[in-house]
Ligand binder design. Structure first.
Ligand SMILES: C[S@@+](CC[C@H](N)C(=O)[O-])C[C@H]1O[C@@H](n2cnc3c(N)ncnc32)[C@H](O)[C@@H]1O
Length: 226
């Protein structure tokens, strides 16, 4: 088994004007589509309507993709970054989905978001930003009703810095410098499959399936305990 390098945390929020603009303009279509398609195929028998929360929604691209497919659902994008939420608001307006996607400015953990309010929870690329990764899993348990579908995806920490640099070259060669740097730092801050399994066990979600859908992502999904 390959050993992963030591994890190097990165700042929790990426909310400067320059970062949010670069992030909102970046083309994450491949991974965001992978996430959306994985959610819809793992939970192919969703009811026609419900409430879904996307934690750490960023510029809301995944909220928009999900909303286009789950036309009877209301989606709440939750994010701690004010500038990021402004980008999200613009994108939702341009997509004409303001009546089906709401935004909530919230820094997780946040008891004010309520309990058991959501019928489904999604989150992409938030976990590696959190100082305590259990914040995501506990927030998921707090917000989801029993038996709710949950899907979480994030980057996978490579075995060394050279491999991280290779991934940046492969997937972000033409991206602006600021995005390349964010991607590199995110890879170093990401978790390994073993660490994810440990977190899930601690959160009472050990029954979730954990897979590796690409050379740089892990994905966990399952239903919250009834
Ligand atoms: C890498 S972005 C991912 C955005 C989006 N999910 C995507 O896939 O494009 C991470 C987002 O998490 C947000 N974030 C970081 N810590 C947070 C926290 N404690 N509570 C809520 N949002 C947080 C950041 O503001 C940022 O928008």
């Amino acid at each position: 088994m390959k050993m992963a390098m030591e994890r190097r945390p990165e700042p929790e929020l990426m909310d400067s004007e320059a970062q949010t603009l670069a992030y909102a303009q970046a083309d994450f279509a491949e991974s965001n589509q992978l996430f959306t398609a994985s959610f819809l195929s793992a939970f192919s028998e969703l009811p026609a309507s419900g409430q879904l929360a996307d934690l750490g929604c960023g510029p809301a691209d995944i909220c928009i993709r999900l909303s286009r497919r789950l036309t009877g659902w209301h989606i709440t994008g939750v994010d701690a970054g004010e500038n990021m939420l402004r980008r999200a608001r613009e994108a939702i307006g341009e997509a004409g989905l303001g009546n089906r996607i709401g935004l909530r400015h919230s820094h997780l953990p946040d008891e004010n978001l309520g309990r058991s309010r959501f019928d489904a929870i999604t989150s992409n690329s938030l976990l590696h930003h959190l100082p305590d990764p259990m914040t995501l899993w506990r927030s998921t348990r707090q917000l989801a009703r029993p038996g709710a579908p949950v899907m979480v995806m994030d980057l996978l920490r490579p075995e060394n810095e050279q491999r991280a640099a290779e991934l940046v070259d492969t997937y972000a060669a033409d991206a602006p410098e600021i995005l390349k740097e964010d991607f590199h730092n995110s890879l170093l801050a990401a978790y390994t499959l073993e660490e994810i399994s440990g977190q899930l066990e601690q959160a009472g979600l050990a029954h979730f399936q954990v897979s590796q859908p690409s050379d740089r992502h892990w994905l966990a999904h399952g239903l919250t305990p009834s």
